[in-house]
Write a protein that binds this ligand. Structure first.
Ligand SMILES: *[C@@H]1O[C@H](CO)[C@@H](O)[C@H](O)[C@H]1NC(C)=O
Ligand SMILES: *[C@@H]1O[C@H](CO)[C@@H](O)[C@H](O)[C@H]1NC(C)=O
Ligand SMILES: *[C@@H]1O[C@H](CO)[C@@H](O)[C@H](O)[C@H]1NC(C)=O
Ligand SMILES: *[C@@H]1O[C@H](CO)[C@@H](O)[C@H](O)[C@H]1NC(C)=O
Ligand SMILES: *[C@@H]1O[C@H](CO)[C@@H](O)[C@H](O)[C@H]1NC(C)=O
Ligand SMILES: *[C@@H]1O[C@H](CO)[C@@H](O)[C@H](O)[C@H]1NC(C)=O
Ligand SMILES: [Ca+2]
Ligand SMILES: [Ca+2]
Length: 433
């Protein structure tokens, strides 16, 4: 008994300390068996069993829905939109599950790129916990880039919003499976490609507003009032940067308001990267990560791959209330590319003083480092226990599809050790008084 206690105390000393790394466990086979390939495109409870299912694109032309199952493999490929259903040469670019016709059954929206400026939208209707493979719909207008799925008119049914041609925006309502197209915004906007738009409450009135990244690049905020959107703010992107990535909104510093996080490249070839933050209502950009130096190696974001925009995948990995992130970085002097965990830690640099928090890169997370040529990494709660695990996609030479790696976050066990140590410490403290 005592020996066990001493062992766990030793473990405490290993795990605790600034910027501790956490053990990840490869559970790919438990999750997918031998089906661990394709591009993870979306998550959602497709068949209404309260378990999150996984939507995977294969060969850029086929969608396979993996339904959660209590027995291993925990995700089984059950529903197929095979490529012979869709028009020839369709390249699927995104998948957005949602109930588009309002009949309480989950439908599946696919976007497909038919040329660099033409995006076509297909909708497959949900029927009795599966998809109706015969009666799917093609929207009879195309978009200049991927549209944003959002509840434009506030009726709790998702609508499809985007640029239908240069400058003009439209929204398509699909209630009762009838396409109802309306002009969306009262003045023209030129949206940036790749799109980075969000539907999020920015004015703190519990209704979602519209955030758009426009050519410029600049950021526009449109506030929602009774289903109409009014432009209230235009903010230029941070001046010294060369490439602006995908915006994310999250309460980074824990003050209850959503902050705007922006990954950027500092010059055209992206030898140097940064992550900036603008607090809600502020026009000031504060760097929350500048240090991408690991001993002799400088890491940086990956540029120039249309399917891999500069993106932060956010999630509170260690349950301390502050969102952390997963990113893909490349070795600027080599060809290596891997996923890194960015932990949200107290700010220790004068430059992030006004935010009070910053990101610290977990350089020594060897389980992530072992996955070569990673192209995407995202948090996912595999066991639905409130602890975020990770899915990492990697490119293998000579393979069309990406390889999916599932990594279990053993934070719970580690957290238990931390708790034990805190208790031991508080015992010590009380014995002093
Ligand atoms: C889906 O299609 C693939 C071939 O494209 C096939 O191997 C697989 O068995 C199909 N799965 C289901 C659930 O129909
Ligand atoms: C729904 O699907 C189940 C099988 O999954 C079947 O037993 C049932 O009859 C179907 N119900 C309807 C209304 O089609
Ligand atoms: C658009 O699609 C609907 C099907 O929802 C169809 O009835 C309608 O005729 C189409 N409109 C045009 C202009 O093609
Ligand atoms: C919203 O805009 C439409 C069209 O511009 C207008 O007819 C309607 O009255 C507006 N609604 C409100 C509540 O302002
Ligand atoms: C980055 O690439 C260089 C050149 O290939 C290599 O020498 C160095 O070890 C790499 N750094 C890391 C951390 O892998
Ligand atoms: C502190 O911030 C400056 C930029 O303001 C940056 O150059 C430097 O690398 C940062 N230092 C650390 C340790 O992050
Ligand atoms: Ca539906
Ligand atoms: Ca955290």
């Amino acid at each position: 008994m005592w020996i066990i206690k001493l062992n766990s105390l030793a473990a405490v000393l290993v795990f605790v300390g600034p910027y501790s790394t956490f053990a990840l466990q490869d559970v790919t086979v438990d999750l997918f068996g031998a089906e661990n390939y394709g591009t993870v495109a979306a998550f959602g409870d497709f068949n209404s069993d309260k378990q999150t299912d996984i939507f995977i694109i294969r060969e850029q032309s086929q969608l396979v829905i993996f339904l959660a199952d209590p027995k291993t493999p925990y995700f089984k490929p059950k529903i197929n939109i095979t490529k012979d259903l869709l028009p020839r040469d369709t390249i699927i670019t995104s998948v957005v599950p949602g109930d588009y016709d309002g009949d309480s059954q989950m439908d599946v929206l696919l976007t497909a790129q038919t040329s660099p400026t033409i995006t076509t939208v297909f909708i497959f209707w949900g029927n009795n916990r599966t998809l109706d493979m015969s009666g799917w719909m093609t929207l009879n207008k195309t978009f200049t880039d991927q549209p944003l799925v959002m509840d434009f008119n506030g009726d709790m049914v998702p609508d499809i919003f985007g640029s239908t041609n240069q400058g003009s925006t439209e929204v398509c309502y699909l209630t009762k499976r009838v396409q109802d197209w309306r002009n969306a915004l009262s003045s023209p906007v030129k949206m940036r490609v790749p799109h980075s738009n969000a539907f999020i409450d920015l004015s703190k009135d519990f209704t979602a507003d519209l955030f758009l990244t426009t050519e410029g690049p600049a950021f526009e905020t449109w506030l929602s009032r009774d289903g109409n959107f009014t432009r209230v703010e235009v903010m230029p992107a941070h001046p010294p940067v060369s490439t602006v990535g995908q915006s994310s909104f999250v309460d980074f510093d824990g003050d209850g308001y959503q902050d705007h996080l922006l990954p950027v490249c500092l010059e055209k070839t992206c030898q140097h990267s940064a992550i900036y933050l603008a607090k809600s209502g502020s026009q000031e950009w504060v760097p929350v990560l500048m240090d991408f130096q690991q001993r002799d190696t400088t890491w940086s974001f990956v540029l120039g791959k249309p399917n891999q925009p500069l993106t932060l995948h956010l999630g509170d990995y260690n349950l301390d209330g502050f969102p952390d992130a997963l990113v893909i970085l490349r070795n600027t002097s080599g060809s290596g590319q891997q996923a890194f965990l960015l932990e949200n830690v107290p700010c220790t640099n004068i430059s992030c003083h006004s935010v009070g928090r910053m990101f610290h890169i977990h350089w020594d997370q060897s389980d992530l480092g072992a996955i070569q040529n990673a192209v995407m990494a995202t948090f996912f709660d595999i066991y639905e226990d409130g602890i975020l695990d990770m899915l990492v996609l990697s490119q293998a030479p000579g393979k069309n599809d990406l390889i999916i790696h599932a990594l279990k976050n053993n934070f719970e066990a580690d957290a238990y050790f931390v708790k034990v140590m805190v208790q031991l410490q508080s015992l010590k403290m009380s014995s002093f008084s």
